[in-house]
Every structure is written in C-alpha cells, then in structure tokens.
Design a protein. Structure first.
Length: 624
C-alpha cells in the first residue's frame, strides 16, 4: 500500500495525508483548533502547528512530535481567538521539524497545506532568484511566498491568492489567513479533500468531517478548483479563476454522524470498536432497501436499462476490492450476468472495454481514493453509467457518480477497514437481489429464502464475535510467525485475501491469501514446519476439497487453523479451530471475516503495534 508520487516514495499517509483545521468566528478558545487537530490524529502525523491572529498580528506555534509537544509551547491559558488555522504533518519532504511544520508564514500570510506542489522546485528557484528567503525545506512554502509576491505588487489578498494558485501544479487543499484581512479565512481545494463546516456565527474548515462534528452537522465538500471565502457571518463559494460567487444551494450536506462516534467509548482501539459495530452497520445498510429493491433499481437508474444489461464492472482498492470480489460471486449467482472486478489503480491502464450499456460500480469507504476516482472518471468518459457504493455522504465519488448506494457503517476511524467492509457486502447483496429480481433470475421463493438469512446476519455476526476469546488464545501463538497463508474456496477466497491483508497491515507479518486449489501450483513451497495456514471451511459442498488441502499442508509440517461451522468435519485435522455460526452459502463472508479481523487485531496488540494507525498507512489515499 505504499505509493510512489512524483516526489519519490511517499506512503499511504505522508504529507499527502496531513490534517487541516481552521476557524473563523466571533470568539472561541484556541482549544477549538487544538481539539480539531486531535480528532485528525488518526490520519497519522509527526509534527504539528497552529497560527492565529491576535490584536496586532499572526502568532505561530509549531513543534515536531505529537500534539502534546505542541501543547507544551502554546500560551497558557489558551487565548480566545476569532480566526486561526492548524495542521498535523507527516513529513515526506524535509524532516519533521518545527521549521518544516505548517503553518508557513510569509509577510503576514499564513498557510496550511495538504497535498503535493509538484512544480515547487522550479517555483522555489524562481522566487529565490527574485530575493525571496525560504525558511523551510517544504514544497508548501512556495504558496505563501507567491501570495506575498502578489501582495507586494499591490493586489488585494483574494487576487493575490488567485495569482499564486495559477502557478501551482499538483494536488492541494489549502487554508489561508492574512494579517491585514480581518474575519476572513480562505480555503482552496484541488485534488486533496477539504470540508467546510457551517455554523452559526462561526465557520470551519477541516480535512475530514470528524474534526468538526462537535460544532456542526452541516458541511460543504469543497470541489476541485473551488475557493471558499469564510467569514463569521457566512460563506462565499467561488471558482478559483473567478471572483463571482457560486450558488450554495444543493451543496450543503447534513451528516447524521455524532461526535461520540469519533470516540472510543471504552474500547481500547477504534478498530476494535468498529469490529463490534458490524451488526449495526450491516443492518443499517440493509434496512434502507431490503423491503423495496425495485425502488433501489429506480434510484440507481438501472431499472430501465436492465433488459440490456449484459455485464457489470467493479473497480475498487484494498479491502473495498475484496468486497468487490465477494460481490462478483453474489451478483453472478443471483443475476447470472458476468461481473469483472478490477483493482482500480489498474483499471485505466488495461484499456478497459466499455461497450454501450456498461455499468461500472466503484466501491469505496472514503469516496476520496484517487485510483478509484480515476477509474470512475475513465469509465464515465468512455460512456459507462457509474454507480458508487460509498460510506461518506457527499464525498467526491458520490458527487461524480451517476448514482450512489450508501453503506451505513457510520464513521470509520481505524485505518484498517472493518465495518465498512461488511456494510459493503450488505450493499452488494442488496444490489444482487435487486438486479436478480428485476432480471427475473431470482424466483420469489429464492428471495423469500434469502431474506430471512440476510436479516439474521446481525445476530450471526454477534455470535461470530463471541469467538474473540478463542481467537485471542490463537493470536498469542502467532506473534513470532514470519509468514502465514490464508486459504479459501469459492466465495471464501476473497475472505482469505482480506484476512491476509488485515494480518500484514496490522501486525507486519507477511501473509498471503490464495484460493485453496491454487496452493499446489506454487505457494505449497512455502510450507515448512510450523508455518500457520488458516483454512476457511464454511461451505459444505467444498469440505472434501478443503480436507485434501489440509492433508497437503499437514504432510509438510504446516500448522492448521480452521475457521468452520462444521467442527466435526475438521476436528481430527485441525491444530486450532474457530467455530462460527452457519448461514446461507452466498452470505458466509459476512461471518468468516469476523474472526480474521479479530485475529489480526489481537496479534498486532500483543506485538505492541499501533493498531489504529499502522506504520506507513493512513485512512484514505488521495494520490494515484
Ligand atoms: C485496508 C484498507 C485499505 C482500503 C483502501 C480503499 O484495511 O483500509 O485497503 O480499503 O485503501 O479505501 P476506500 O475504501 O476508502 O476507497
């Protein structure tokens, strides 16, 4: 999940995942900015800073390390402020130091930035030769330097910002305040996410909704190349190229997330809390459409096209891609049309064939994943109808797709996706049933059989969560493992991939997922004494085949861990067994994934890994 940017190797976090907060209002404590930054900590960072206006100028405080290090140098008691910006930075360019931390301030212009200014080297050289003195090694500093240049030429602040932006290439979300412009906070977006929070007598900006949940539920997801001019009394939205205000109508979304959702509520980690929230997320997602799948088809705009629907495409990344693979099994079973599932970052480069009538489904928790967005845009450009399955109301994929099927997992903060995954499976099962019914491939009887199983899933997931104690015991024995294999067949194969992904990203143990039948074509070479192999064995028709795979691993000394709903069938063969409840064969992934999430969680905790913010990772990847 590491990604290479034009600046070399960056991470799924890095400077691209910095956190921004900003406030303009009648008066509030500096604590507001500090708390906002605390709620963005999950994005990962290694330095932070705050700038605010006092009566006479801009005060800036910056520190390497964690927010507690910033707290130490902030004035005490924290002053009341009317305007300010804050930032958490994860260095990729220039060491994590006070000098490189944001905000960067030049001649009374203070800037926080999330993204990459790709042409900063040229700009920096040009500005330096014109006498500008740089005090950091960051790409960001060219922004206040450019704005200051235009201010020196006599331009008013807004025009100076426009002038500066015209020079920038790359991705950026910016928050800007200016010493000489009272009560005005500027926010600009091009490629990196930024939300505007709308309050009464106060307006806010942030990289993500959770930072602002205590203050407002009303948000505008700033669009690319838009600028917001925020004053305590209200907001003007503009194109970056033009001073004319745009209509606000239709742009404000109200979220039903609460600030409590952004807290751990007694759990040790967000990830654990989110694992336990899965019965709710699945139910909330199903509830919206389960009784009216015809209406779902209409809402998705597919109802009239259904007769000619020959094929579906799915594109997604990481865990969402694994949901897509499960979706393929479900949809092909229920609808009897082929479904192609692609990793979104590959989609564009494989010259996708998009005949008339193609529907591309993107699956994304955040709605901001750059590769997924690029796939959606590519398909749209080639004439496909686009549908996004997304968890973040108002995010970029939802704004750009022709239709949206929301997952109702609620706010997911743990970097490793868990409850969004099972909610995605719920959305895909709804879609499969809706399409299958409309296409006449699912009989009434089949639907009537399936529906009670779906509605029973929250209860079954709760039962699967009761494996926690047993899973924890197994986890204790895995901490020294160097490598693991996860094997499944049929619809459990994507869950083998997902189990392995969770294990590697959380506990840094090398783990691979394979279709069990593929093992003898290569991976079996990895089996030696003690190598843990997790088998997913919850589909009765495949038990025999799984048993032969178990024999093959056992013969080579591998350690057998079986996740099954049929303990009697595997008791003699397994070294360890995790017993889960049975369900409909098309729905087993909802159940088998649960102990695998718990297993990765416990191994990581025992190893002392940072579960909510695994190394090199952050919550959404907004560069390709
Ligand atoms: C793994 C994980 C990632 C994401 C992937 C896509 O635990 O969280 O693999 O699933 O980065 O993110 P979204 O779903 O936001 O597009």
């Amino acid at each position: 999940m590491q990604i290479t940017t034009s600046r070399g190797l960056a991470t799924r976090g890095g400077e691209i995942m910095c956190g921004i907060v900003g406030y303009v209002g009648k008066k509030d404590s500096l604590q507001l900015l500090f708390d906002g930054l605390s709620r963005l900590e999950y994005r990962g960072y290694d330095s932070s800073g705050i700038a605010f206006k006092n009566g006479s100028g801009i005060e800036v405080y910056k520190a390497p390390g964690k927010l507690k290090d910033l707290q130490k140098i902030l004035p005490k008691p924290l002053p009341a402020i009317t305007i300010g910006i804050g930032h958490t930075r994860w260095a990729t360019h220039g060491a994590p130091s006070a000098a490189n931390a944001h905000p960067h301030t030049v001649k009374g212009v203070s800037v926080v930035h999330n993204g990459i200014i790709e042409n900063y080297r040229e700009l920096r050289a040009e500005l330096a030769s014109a006498g500008h003195v740089f005090t950091s090694q960051t790409d960001t500093e060219v922004v206040p330097q450019l704005i200051a240049r235009y201010l020196d030429r006599g331009l008013p602040i807004e025009d100076a910002i426009r002038g500066a932006i015209a020079h920038l290439r790359g991705a950026y979300a910016l928050g800007i305040i200016h010493e000489g412009t009272p009560d005005t906070l500027f926010a600009i977006r091009n490629g990196s996410p930024l939300v505007i929070g709308i309050g009464t007598d106060a307006q806010y900006i942030a990289s993500d909704v959770p930072a602002l949940l205590p203050y407002t539920k009303n948000f505008i997801y700033l669009e690319d190349r838009h600028m917001a001019v925020l004053r305590s009394s209200g907001i003007d939205l503009k194109h970056i190229e033009s001073p004319e205000p745009l209509q606000l109508e239709g742009k404000v979304v109200t979220v039903n997330w609460t600030s409590e959702m952004a807290e751990k509520q007694g759990y040790d980690h967000f990830m654990l809390k989110e694992i336990y929230e899965q019965p709710q997320g699945v139910m909330d997602t199903l509830r919206e459409w389960i009784d009216d799948t015809n209406k779902l088809m209409e809402e998705m705009g597919i109802a009239s096209a259904i007769k000619d629907l020959r094929r579906l495409h799915i594109a997604a990344c990481g865990t969402s891609y694994h949901a897509g693979l499960v979706g393929r099994y479900m949809i092909e079973k229920f609808v009897r049309i082929p479904v192609a599932v692609d990793i979104a970052s590959e989609f564009r480069y494989m010259c996708p064939i998009i005949p008339k009538g193609t529907v591309l489904i993107t699956i994304t928790q955040s709605g901001e994943t750059a590769d997924t967005l690029a796939a959606q845009r590519e398909a749209k450009e080639k004439g496909a109808r686009t549908l996004t399955i997304c968890n973040a109301v108002g995010s970029t994929t939802t704004r750009e797709a022709d239709s949206v099927l929301y997952t109702r997992a609620g706010l997911e903060i743990g970097v490793a996706s868990t409850k969004a995954f099972t909610a995605q499976l719920a959305a895909l099962s709804l879609l499969g049933i809706a399409l299958g019914t409309k296409k006449g491939k699912l009989s009434d009887l089949e639907i009537q059989t399936l529906k009670p199983f779906l509605l029973d899933l929250p209860r079954l997931i709760r039962l699967a969560l009761q494996t926690d104690g047993a899973v924890k015991e197994i986890a204790k024995t895995l901490v020294d493992a160097k490598s693991m294999l996860y094997l499944g067949r049929g619809i459990n194969y994507p869950i083998a991939l997902e189990g392995a992904l969770k294990m590697k990203e959380l506990s840094y143990i090398h783990a691979e997922g394979y279709p069990a039948g593929e093992m003898k074509h290569g991976p079996i070479a990895l089996i030696e004494n003690g190598v843990p192999v997790v088998f997913l064995a919850t589909i009765e028709s495949l038990h025999e085949k799984i048993l032969s795979n178990i024999e093959e691993v056992k013969a080579r000394g591998g350690r057998i861990i079986v996740v099954t709903d049929s303990p009697a069938a595997f008791r003699d063969k397994a070294d360890d067994m995790i017993v889960v409840p049975s369900t409909h064969p098309a729905l087993v992934p909802f159940i088998t994934v649960i102990p695998l999430q718990l297993l990765a969680y416990h191994v990581a905790v025992i190893k002392g890994c940072d579960v909510d913010q695994p190394r090199n990772l952050a919550k959404s990847v907004t560069v390709e």
